[in-house]
Design a protein around this ligand. Structure first.
Ligand SMILES: Nc1ncnc2c1ncn2[C@@H]1O[C@H](COP(=O)(O)OP(=O)(O)O)[C@@H](O)[C@H]1O
Ligand SMILES: [Mg+2]
Length: 367
């Protein structure tokens, strides 16, 4: 088993590049944890510190409760798969798979047995004699994964292993990794900047920004209750619409007001928003919570003018302008049609409104 703990973990490169800034995280035994964030936010550095490939500036890394800061990478018994696969170019696939096992002085029979099982599991049995350059990107990716699997480590660390694959293969490998995890039941820490990967693969997602952890939780929980505008704008595509608005009406908390648009607040919202009467607010609306028809039970209409209609096949993304000029995206039915410049009504599901304070961008409705 392998629980991985990060306590106040910090990495400073040189004098002043704080790549990882005092993060705390507990990865449970057998959990599929995804570290998600934009390029440069400190994901790889975090993973490399866990692997022992990078020294720790401050804080602790524990594996099953033991501090491993000073433990050799090999002795941590973790297997890393990198984006560029890092295969040995002069060795065959079989050689790549067996290399680490030979170093560990496993018997010939045990090595053969492990290679056979892994090759079977990944469907690379007929590639064992080839060199890496004789393989497609997807096949190299499988071999890199195979090299991690044969080691039978206590946990896997994946650093964007799917990023170099084309979209179709990436989707297929996502599914395979999920199956593999279910079968092996081992702890996986998977780094990605791809929110679709994170949403589909992670049992929990840890969202990072500027070396810090912003939010940790199951994908749907993070999607439903983003703690701030950064998370709201990062998950899902197109992301949540974030609009400058203000609470208004007789009590200052009857409605949320945009230029020429007034959306009534539901009783539950008023309760949660007490203390914010009359304040400026960032209103969050997911594109999928907007509709061209009044379909939600409690909805309100906004008149918008059409900027663009983008058909993706299964759905249509409408980009429209609100009366004050702010743009808003809506995910609509695939049959939706409209002319650019025309006006229409968009219906918003009032139960799904999000509110963030304008200054810090923090969610002001605790769910
Ligand atoms: N070896 C290094 N020396 C100096 N700065 C580095 C080094 N590696 C990474 N960084 C910096 O640390 C920050 C985090 O990098 P990284 O962990 O690679 O981010 P991510 O994997 O999320 O894209 C970035 O600002 C990056 O430029
Ligand atoms: Mg990286």
């Amino acid at each position: 088993m392998a629980e991985i703990g990060l306590r106040n973990l910090t990495k400073v490169y040189g004098q002043d590049v704080t790549a990882v800034d005092s993060i705390d995280l507990d990865v449970r035994d057998g959990e599929f944890m995804v570290l998600l964030g934009p390029s440069g936010c400190g994901k790889s550095t975090t993973l490399r510190m866990i692997a022992g490939l990078e020294t720790v500036t401050e804080g602790e890394i524990t594996i099953d409760g033991d501090v491993v800061n000073e433990v050799d990478p090999a002795e941590r018994d973790l297997a890393v798969v990198f984006q560029n696969y890092a295969l040995y170019p002069h060795m065959s696939v079989a050689g790549n798979l067996s290399f680490g096992l030979k170093l560990r002085k496993l018997s010939r029979e045990e090595i053969d047995r492990r290679i056979a099982t892994t090759a079977e599991m990944l469907g690379i049995g007929d590639l064992l004699k080839r060199r890496p350059r004789q393989l497609s990107g997807g096949q190299q990716q499988r071999v890199a994964l195979g090299r991690a699997l044969v080691r039978d480590p206590v946990a896997f660390l994946f650093d964007e292993p799917l990023s170099n694959l084309d979209a179709k293969l990436r989707a297929a490998m996502r599914t395979e990794l999920i199956k593999l995890h279910r079968m092996l039941g081992k702890t996986i820490v998977h780094v990605t900047h791809d929110q679709v990967e994170a949403m589909t693969m992670g049992e929990r997602i840890c969202i990072m920004r500027d070396g810090k952890i912003v939010q940790v939780g199951p994908p749907l929980e993070v999607y439903r209750n983003p703690v701030d505008t950064f998370v709201a704008g990062f998950l899902a595509s197109p992301p949540m619409n974030l609009l400058d608005a203000r609470f208004g009406g007789a009590t200052g908390l009857e409605s949320v007001e945009l230029p020429s648009v007034s959306l009534p607040l539901l009783a539950a919202h008023k309760e949660a928003l007490r203390g914010h009467a009359g304040e400026a607010i960032t209103l969050g609306i997911r594109p999928e919570d907007l509709d061209a028809e009044p379909s939600a039970a409690r909805h309100a209409a906004m008149t918008v003018s059409v900027v663009a209609v983008e058909s993706l096949g299964p759905e249509v993304i409408l980009v429209a302008a609100l009366p004050g000029g702010q743009e808003i995206s809506a995910r609509l039915d695939r049959d939706f049609v409209a002319r650019a410049g025309s006006e229409l009504q968009l219906h918003v599901d009032l139960e799904r409104l999000h509110f963030f304070d304008t200054a810090a961008g923090r969610a002001v409705t605790a769910a």
